[in-house]
Design a protein around this ligand. Sequence first.
Ligand code: FMN
Length: 350
Amino acid sequence: MQLNPLIFGTVKIEYPVLLAPMAGYTDAAMRTLCLEHGAGAVYSELTSAEGIRRDSEKTFQVLETAKDEHPIAGHIFGRDPQAMAEAAQYVEQTGLFDWVDINCGCPVKKVVSRGAGAALMKDLPLLGEIIKKVKAAISLPVSVKTRIGFNNETAGHLEIARAIEESGADMIAVHARLAKNFHGGDADWEKLAEMKQALNIPIMGNGGINTPEDVPCMLEATGVDGVMMGRAAIGNPWIFEEIKKVCSSAFRRSMQEQPPKGGTTNLLNRRDMMAEHLRRLVELNELKQQGSSLSYKYSPEEAACIQFRTHIPYYVRGLFDKKQLLMKLAQLMSVDAIMAEVDLLVAKNR
Ligand SMILES: Cc1cc2nc3c(=O)[nH]c(=O)nc-3n(C[C@H](O)[C@H](O)[C@H](O)COP(=O)(O)O)c2cc1C
């Protein structure tokens, strides 16, 4: 299964297997680990256009990237076309981003109740106006991350796809679930295939990819131009390398003789990855706090340990006797304490 480089506007993604934006997970620590392990591109965390307009330091921090983190999209949300255009201009002016992505899929109440995120699928003229204003305001390419619909009563997947393309978006990424279903239930790949047929701009397929082997299945079933990995990449940056292997024809031939037995990452690799992930989180928090006018309740190391809590269950999935570590997590506020517990777990599982 050949995956060709994806080109839209000035962006070239050599290997179109992207890391999905996931608020609370995909900060620069996770993104750089995934890029180093083969992710074709990444997205910034979800950033409020209104926050940028208000000149909020916290909002600017959400947009921070690591050095040489490319290709990367600045991922923004909002419902006011002018605020979105100004936010896109800010994103462009930072010089950190390769393109701007408009969120049209977030189902979280805080976002939808303000008419932004997934709510834009219920107002396609407004979505169109936002895309046009953003396109006119910047020279970077513009993409939209959307879904196959809000619910069964509002605009359908093809209407949404056409509205996005006709308004001038350069690329579209589609999570193949309705917004009303959040992240649960089966992804509807048939609708992805129909969207691909209806569109001329490149389309990324997302949703329902749980293993590397699911990637060639989605590509074959839908014809999409690339895929986007969400939860399967949490605690598993190696998945991008595994996808590359699975998609290479030589590997697929050898697998026909000897089917895959599951993950290839051994325990010590996982342990070392956790240590490196934590180290990067501490470094990011140090940079964030240095020179900031905000006051912080936690030291950089404590903040990193708190942020790492949500990743740990993913890194230790499948391990025997991980309960003790997971139960203790709320009390572990130093890198040494976390790694000592991880080392105990590794010893039990060897
Ligand atoms: C914890 C979490 C946070 C997410 N945050 C965002 C977000 O900020 N912006 C967005 O467009 N999608 C967000 N998503 C949706 C993912 O990008 C992706 O579309 C979804 O998880 C389906 O892909 P998957 O089945 O591979 O996980 C989030 C998903 C999760 C699980």
